[in-house]
Ligand binder design. Structure first.
Ligand code: SAM
Length: 374
């Protein structure tokens, strides 16, 4: 595909399937569990008792549902304690290529979901549904969600607003290329909020945990030591120099992502005449938080490089592979594309082995609580 044709994110983004995503993403589980205080505050602030209609929960960009399972078990326990008669429907949402069968498999297995007992085994009157459509449209019926949650998903843009000539990610973009990503991110943030406003019941709440840039300019894999995206960019460029990847493919590999700042998140809430305000949404709380890299932290203690380097790269691969793979020319046979992607990750692993103390994928997110007017 020529570099100028921008495919929709829905065609090119998917996490590694078969449960791989949540098995290797220890850090994401920690990030999700780190939002429990806000989730509890949200549910405590809702008037949920004394009714028997469905309590709808939404998880936007759930992947295989493994990383959020413990949190959702907690949510179900809290809602059930306060509203014993209400049926609870957990609505998972992700893109069409997501491995929903891994999600349903884990929920229904006798085994625990990554060490956590499946809530399906302990709670009656709990139903699980899935929507395989982009959250850039309304994905659940109007006024059907009481509590909406999303972690590490809303930084994916609806589409790639052009290629970036010198880098694989907007964090390295400059000038008009950077402006195009910032503008797409602004539009997308408003679209996300307006669709969620329609889906929420009056008085409903959202907790969003979104990859972002914090007040110190830090972002994922860029919190001291080497920058993950700069390292990836350098390796991908080296593959161009070596004639493995073409210049056009290099330019095609661009993550359709943007790390917003506090200011970016606040914009639609600060303007009283904005559509988001008119839709009844208000921002109750926002802050950035850091969750360290469990793999790097363990390595600092054990110095076990043979465990650290492959596990670290597997975790990176679980969410990035589809972007590298889909940047390669479709005229190459699938096997060849697979081999190039393998080569990229093996070079990344070599780089980690060369300077293990420099690599860490600490997570920077903005955590926010949003309410819809009653
Ligand atoms: C890094 S995973 C996060 C999974 C899980 N929420 C967690 O925090 O571990 C991001 C997920 O967002 C999904 N995603 C990206 N863009 C999306 C869109 N437009 N609509 C629905 N899901 C999307 C991806 O397919 C992926 O499964």
């Amino acid at each position: 595909m020529p570099a100028t044709e921008a495919p929709k994110t829905s065609e090119t983004v998917y996490m590694k399937g078969g449960g791989y995503y949540s098995r290797v993403n220890l850090g994401m589980r920690q990030v999700i569990n780190n939002s429990l205080d806000l989730v509890k505050a949200a549910i405590d602030g809702m008037d949920i008792g004394g009714r028997d209609r469905v309590f709808g929960i939404g998880d936007y960009g759930s992947a295989d549902g493994g990383t959020s399972h413990e949190l959702f078990r907690n949510i179900i326990a809290t809602v059930r304690a306060r509203a014993p008669k209400r049926p609870i429907v957990v609505n998972y949402n992700d893109l069409p290529k997501n491995d929903f069968s891994a999600l349903f498999g884990m929920l229904n297995e006798e085994d625990d979901v990554l060490g956590v007992r499946s809530y399906m085994r302990d709670y009656d009157n709990v139903y699980v549904l899935a929507s395989g459509t982009s959250f850039y449209r309304q994905v659940f019926p109007s006024e059907s969600i009481d509590f909406g949650y999303s972690c590490t998903a809303l930084h994916w843009l609806s589409e790639k607003p052009g290629s970036i000539s010198n880098h694989i990610h907007a964090v390295g973009a400059k000038g008009n290329e950077l402006k195009a990503y910032a503008s797409q991110a602004r539009k997308d943030w408003q679209t996300i909020l307006l669709h969620r406003a329609a889906e929420l019941v009056p008085g409903g709440k959202l907790v969003f945990v979104i990859f972002s840039k914090d007040e110190q300019g830090r972002f994922l894999g860029n919190t001291g030591g080497v920058s993950m995206f700069d390292t990836s960019n350098a390796i991908w460029l080296k593959l161009v120099d070596e004639g493995v990847v073409t210049k056009e493919e290099y330019v095609n590999v661009t993550f359709p992502q943007f790390y917003r700042t506090t200011e970016d998140f606040l914009a639609p809430f600060s303007d009283p005449s904005s559509d988001v305000n008119k839709a009844g949404l208000s921002l109750d709380h926002i802050e950035s938080r850091v969750v360290g890299c469990p793999y790097a932290d363990r390595y600092r203690e054990t110095r076990d490089l043979d465990s650290f380097a492959p596990a670290y790269v597997d975790m990176y691969r679980s969410w990035s592979e589809s972007t590298f793979y889909n940047g390669l020319s479709p005229s190459r046979p699938a096997e060849e594309r697979g081999r190039i992607v393998d080569l990229f990750y093996s070079q990344y692993e070599e780089e980690v082995r060369r300077r293990p103390d420099e690599h860490s994928m600490a997570h920077i997110h903005h955590y926010m609580l949003i309410s819809k007017a009653k």
